[in-house]
Structure formats: structure tokens, C-alpha cells
Design a protein around this ligand. Structure first.
Ligand code: AMP
Ligand code: ZN
Length: 309
């Protein structure tokens, strides 16, 4: 069982106020929160504001389910970097007697896991992962590369917590850039600037920080230090549940990691790199409630105009 991260008093109070206001719905399992109508409205409005922010970029939409192929997650390195966050789908495989035994144990809330077997599906850990094998299938990339919009995808990370900003299941919206290394760098800088502008218009105080991913274990600490030193990841942090600011959007430069794994190259023989911008949609929504109060009707007119133009 993944270790439960206790909420700070401030985070616990924020969660209670959100549940009392009907914005979030308590399912009884930490980090698995339902969303009431007002929360859902704001979340959808923010997603639409992100779409407007992408302007006239030649983006291609791709949508994937919240489950993905086990094979791909084995292939792309997720299980070596983040084994502690992964979730996999197991399902029943057995005979009548075993089904009966499973049923009995389940009714008594005892352990029935021995009747479950691994399947070819895992929970999607980040919106961009299914994009790379799709692009690879097409063969060499056009000179200008591609930009893919994943839409808001449900993703899963097993980090149970009492902090409403640290969910196990949440929406991630990504724009993925695959192309010439210079184009990927330009894309990241452009989105960092655009996103700072968007958050500013939404009345969110966000700051840019060099960041690292929560790689697992001792080797992971070295990977994280290297990632920071090379400034491969930036995060925009804002106040959500407090007391510290939390990442509400990430800007990742993977260099040739995915293009090597999936053998993606440019049409003219040039090397391709990848990068992505990822919005934590629930975290942004929570930051809006934190900054402007629990009633969106009473939010500043300029914030409302940005969300509902
Ligand atoms: P990452 O791939 O870790 O950079 O995550 C992308 C974005 O998803 C982050 O910038 C956060 O806004 C959001 N995020 C990551 N983990 C969580 C979580 N446990 N709960 C809610 N949002 C998250
Ligand atoms: Zn990504």
C-alpha cells in the first residue's frame, strides 16, 4: 500500500470547506474526489480558456482513454522511473470454485487478490504517453514536426494524500511538440509565456521554477539532480491548499528520450526531440477557488470574462 501523506491543517481545512460547499465529493478513498456542478463548470471553462490560448497553432487533436497499453508503459521507461506511482489493471481469471471463494472473501472484505491476474491495460499516468507511438507509426516527421493536443485526459498516480491538490485521479491537458530540437525549445518558451499571461488574467499569482520529476529511489535522485542541472523541467507554482505553493502546470523537455524509444526522426534525416506542456486541470481549478472564494458568481468580473467570454 502506498504511503498516505497526511494533510497539513490548512490543506485539511480547505478540503473540508470544498466538500461542505458541494464543490468536491468525498468518495471515502483519499485522493479520489468527485466533482460537483460548480467545480465542473470552472474546470470546463478553464479547459476552454487553454484551447483559446493555443490560438492559431496548427494543433492536431488526439484523445485516449484513461487506460493504456501495458506494453507501451514497459517500453517507454515509466516503470523504471516511477514504479511507485503506477497503477495496473488486474482482472479475474479462474474457475467456478475460485469465483465462489473470491465472492466470499470480498463479502467479508478479506484479501481476494490471488484470484486476479495482470492484464494488458494500465492506468494512464500522463496524457502525452500514448501520443509518441501514434506519431511513430506514421514514419518520418515533416520538417515542421507536429503539435498534438491531448485534451483533458483522466490520469492516475498512486499518491494518496489528504491534500485536495494531491489527487490520485485527475485531468491533465497536454500539448506535445515533436520536431526539430530548436522548434521544441521555442515551443516551450512560447507556452511558458502564454501560460503566465493566462494565469495572470485569471488572477493567479504563479511563479516559474526549475523542477524535477519524483523519480523513484537512489538512482532516481541522480536523475532528478541531472534534470534540474540541465533545466529540462519548469513548473509554474501557485497557492492551492497551502502552506507551500504547488505546481499547476509543467513544461517538460525530454530531449531524445521518446524519439529514441520510438525511433522517430525527421524526413530530412534530422534528429527529432520532444517536449510537452502539461496543465493540472484540478489544481488550477482549486487555485481559482482558493484565490477568489468558493462562489464563482462572486468572482472578479475580469476573471469571469476570461473564463466565460
Ligand atoms: P507532471 O507530469 O508531474 O509534471 O504533472 C503535470 C501536472 O499535473 C503538474 O504540473 C500538476 O499541475 C498536475 N499534477 C501532478 N500530480 C498531481 C496530483 N497528484 N494531483 C493533482 N494534480 C497533479
Ligand atoms: Zn507530457
Amino acid at each position: 500500500v502506498a504511503t498516505y501523506r497526511e494533510a497539513s491543517p490548512e490543506q485539511a481545512a480547505f478540503l473540508t470547506s470544498l466538500i461542505d460547499a458541494g464543490l468536491l465529493l468525498d468518495t471515502g478513498a483519499p485522493g479520489l474526489l468527485g466533482q460537483g456542478p460548480a467545480f465542473d463548470d470552472v474546470r470546463e471553462a478553464f479547459t476552454a480558456a487553454v484551447t483559446r490560448t493555443s490560438g492559431s497553432d496548427p494543433v492536431e487533436a488526439m484523445r485516449f482513454p484513461p487506460l493504456t497499453s501495458t506494453f507501451e508503459i514497459e517500453k517507454n521507461g515509466y516503470l523504471s522511473s516511477f514504479p511507485h506511482l503506477a497503477g495496473s489493471v488486474f482482472s479475474f481469471e479462474g474457475n467456478d470454485a475460485q469465483a465462489l471463494e473470491l465472492e466470499g472473501r470480498a463479502a467479508r472484505h478479506e484479501d481476494w487478490s490471488e484470484f486476479q491476474s495482470k492484464t494488458d491495460a494500465v492506468l494512464l499516468p500522463a496524457a502525452c504517453y500514448p501520443v509518441y507511438p501514434q506519431i511513430a507509426r506514421r514514419g518520418p516527421l515533416p520538417r515542421d514536426g507536429v503539435i498534438v493536443d491531448t485534451g483533458s485526459a483522466w490520469v492516475f498516480r498512486n499518491e494518496p494524500s489528504g491534500d485536495p491538490a494531491r489527487m490520485r485521479s485527475f485531468h491533465m491537458r497536454e500539448f506535445v511538440r515533436i520536431g526539430d530540437p530548436g522548434d521544441v525549445a521555442t515551443f516551450r518558451d512560447l507556452w511558458l509565456e502564454r501560460t503566465l499571461g493566462l494565469f495572470g488574467r485569471l488572477g493567479l499569482v504563479a511563479e516559474s521554477e526549475v523542477a524535477s520529476d519524483p523519480f523513484f529511489g537512489r538512482v532516481g535522485r541522480m536523475l532528478a539532480a541531472n534534470q534540474k542541472e540541465q533545466e529540462l523541467k519548469f513548473e509554474l507554482v501557485a497557492m492551492v491548499g497551502g502552506p507551500e505553493p504547488t505546481a499547476i502546470a509543467s513544461f517538460n523537455y525530454h530531449q531524445d528520450h521518446f524519439t529514441q524509444v520510438y525511433e522517430i526522426g525527421l524526413e530530412d534525416g534530422g534528429i527529432a526531440h520532444t517536449g510537452c506542456v502539461a496543465f493540472g486541470i484540478e489544481r488550477v481549478t482549486l487555485a481559482l477557488f482558493r484565490a477568489h472564494g468558493l462562489d464563482p458568481q462572486a468572482w472578479p468580473p475580469e476573471v469571469r470574462a476570461e473564463l466565460w467570454p
